[in-house]
Design a protein around this ligand. Structure first.
Ligand SMILES: *Cc1c(COP(=O)(O)O)cnc(C)c1O
Length: 339
């Protein structure tokens, strides 16, 4: 048995999901006549109370399109220093949108309205004009942290007052929503554009949605084509996305429970210096200074537990749809055996 805890992207479609894919009604989505893509887009938009949505091959693409439709280079985007849009999208903010990025040192990937306000450039010809704020919820590099709705509302108000666009990298927004006291509609109301991933915790094989106004999504359609993301009979994969939205949201709580159990088990092990708080489905732990983290990763690997290095002496474990209770028991046994 291989226990793959590298990411929640490693899940394979279940027989039921495959059935939905196999039976999908398809057409040519570049002509906007793929029924399955259209219904996925309507479902995503209506869940969050947005006017429209566009289906894209990846979350990187939905983030980059979301940013590009708000950008008017030269200018600047504000985000936390741990943001995926900044760290893991190949420099796309500069390359695709021609914007500078101003990084804020937040708290585990989360920034406040006050920090954003202080980072907005004054109206001075020396400075790039501040145009966009990007928020990540949950924050991957922050260890799966969840934003407070009150803070998001403050950020919304600030952005409205300062005429800034507000984008959400919601790759794992459903992980936040099942834990927090807010709904998809509450989230929809705070942002100009929202990127959601169907291929993370929700378990679809491919795809992300960008949500926004009709005007924003019309612009996004042009940029998706420019980026090479206009797909044809995409309904086969979109049907998996619809299946995921209809069936796999509530069960994310199970992933969170298993992540908590993993975190608790790790905290008593002699080679573990520290386990970071477990908020959702991401467990990050630090290996003691006397042992090279790579030795632990290799030892786990040899016992069929796959993990990734996450920082200096830090290892990340991510729970997901294909990580069962039996695997949890086995994983804990193996983690303990390295003690
Ligand atoms: C995975 C992820 C994305 C998008 O990644 P793709 O692999 O391009 O789909 C964006 N933001 C965050 C926080 C992510 O974890």
């Amino acid at each position: 048995m291989i226990i793959d805890l590298r990411s929640d992207t490693v899940t394979l479609p279940t027989p039921e999901m495959k059935e939905a894919m196999f039976n999908a009604k398809v057409g040519d989505d570049v002509f906007e006549d793929d029924e399955s893509v259209n219904s996925l887009e309507s479902l995503g938009a209506s869940l969050f109370g947005k006017e429209a949505a566009i289906y894209c091959p990846s979350g990187t693409m939905t983030n980059q399109i979301g940013i590009k439709i708000h950008a008017n280079a030269p200018g600047e985007l504000i985000c936390d220093e741990l943001s995926h849009v900044y760290k893991y999208e190949g420099g796309g903010i500069g390359f695709n949108s021609g914007l500078a990025t101003k990084l804020i040192k937040g708290s585990a990937g989360q920034i406040t309205a006050a920090q954003i306000e202080a980072a907005i450039n004054p109206d001075d010809i020396h400075f790039p004009e501040t145009q966009i704020v990007s928020i990540e919820n949950t924050c991957n590099k922050g260890g799966g942290t969840i934003y407070d709705l009150e803070e998001l509302k403050k950020i919304r108000t600030l952005c409205t007052n300062k005429e800034l666009k507000l984008h959400l990298d919601g790759a794992r927004i459903f992980n936040a929503i099942v834990e927090a006291d807010y709904s998809t509609k509450d989230i929809g109301a705070q942002f100009d554009t929202i990127s959601i991933c169907l291929s993370k915790g929700l378990g679809a094989p491919v795809g992300s949605l960008l949500l926004g106004t009709k005007t924003a999504i019309k612009k996004a359609r042009r940029i998706r084509k420019l980026f090479g993301g206009g797909m044809r009979q995409a309904g086969f994969i979109a049907a998996a996305g619809t299946y995921a939205l209809e069936n796999n949201i509530e069960r994310l709580r199970e992933d969170h429970q298993r992540a908590k159990t993993l975190g608790e088990s790790l905290s008593s092990l002699s080679y573990v210096k520290k386990v970071f708080p477990v908020y959702t489905n991401i467990v990050v732990f630090e290996v003691v200074d006397t042992i090279d983290m790579n030795v632990i990763i290799e030892k786990l690997n040899a016992k069929n537990i796959l993990t990734v290095a996450f920082g200096p002496q830090q290892i990340r474990l991510v729970t997901h749809l294909d990580f069962t209770d039996d695997m949890l028991t086995e994983a804990i046994k193996i983690l303990k055996s390295l003690n």
